[in-house]
Design a protein around this ligand. Structure first.
Ligand SMILES: [Zn+2]
Length: 282
């Protein structure tokens, strides 16, 4: 799928995790008053931005070029890793030619591992997540660029030629504010790792609905293959691109779901005691 479709689906699943965690908190934790601003904002940024991260395995992606040479080097490292893991784990019936794009980085197993590493890193100190928050912030801005109304975009970037610099500046500002004011706690690690993994898996699922599909079941071996691409039944898969009506529909629906869920969890905490009172008296 296109980057801007991945980002809207990432925002939607980030909204699902946010709403689900908030709902569980009210249900299970006495005195819960909603997630704090730190995990609320950073969880959404990580889920949305991570929905572009698997495409670091191709030089043609937004993620590869997001922060100039820094993400290009990261992408090259990811491609080397993807190639080595393909060669090391290929089954006897897999192609001898390693698949780098839509390989390791497009597997839910890899997304889970990255999520666990992120959670452990935050448990050590929240500052370890700074580069990741910055990168996901830049990716979120880049991804949403073509999905938001043009007036908003004009207001966000006063100088069009410096759009990229503004994106880096905004992402760095939000990262510094969240960490500098201590809004993220060590205890938020599991939640943030979950958001990151969910964002990456959302990307995998999105690609699994397209004609190319992805190796969803790696490292499980089936019929001598570990790198078989799987996804929706072939008849239900759609082609991706600017002129794909299905992809445009996915984009609109997921952005609407994201806005409803995110706005709902923002409004619910202050309204919750009133709702409980009303339910108790009616
Ligand atoms: Zn992809």
């Amino acid at each position: 799928m296109l980057g801007r479709s991945h980002i809207t689906t990432g925002c939607a699943t980030g909204g699902v995790v946010l709403a689900g965690t908030t709902g569980l908190g009210y249900w299970l934790v006495p005195g819960f008053t909603g997630l704090g601003a730190g995990p609320w904002i950073s969880g959404l940024i990580l889920a949305a931005g991570a929905s572009l991260l698997p495409d670091l395995d191709t030089t043609e992606s937004t993620a590869y070029h997001a922060v100039g040479p820094a993400t290009a080097r990261l992408g090259n490292g990811c491609q080397r890793l993807s190639r080595r893991v393909y060669v090391a784990t290929a089954g006897p019936a897999d192609s001898p030619r390693p698949r780098v794009h839509r390989g390791l980085l497009h597997t839910p197993t890899f997304a889970g591992l990255v999520g666990v590493l992120c959670a452990l890193a935050v448990l050590v100190t929240p500052w370890t997540v700074a580069p990741l928050l910055f990168l996901c912030g830049v990716l979120t801005l880049k991804g949403l660029h073509r999905s938001l109304p043009s007036e908003w975009i004009r207001a966000m970037y006063p100088l069009r030629s410096l759009r990229e610099v503004f994106q880096w500046f905004y992402a760095a500002g939000v990262t510094a504010a969240l960490l500098g004011f201590g809004s993220i706690d060590r205890a938020d690690g599991i939640y943030l790792g979950l958001c990151l993994a969910v964002g990456m898996v959302t990307h995998d699922l999105g690609d699994a609905c397209t004609n190319s599909a992805v190796p969803m079941t790696w490292p499980k071996q089936r019929d001598g293959k570990r790198w078989t691409c799987s996804g929706l039944p072939p008849a239900l898969r759609f082609s991706t691109g600017e002129d794909s009506l299905v992809e445009a529909g996915v984009r609109r629906v997921s952005l609407t779901v994201a806005v409803l869920l995110i706005a709902g969890t923002a409004v619910l905490p202050p309204a919750w005691p009133l709702l409980v009172d009303w339910l108790g008296t009616s």
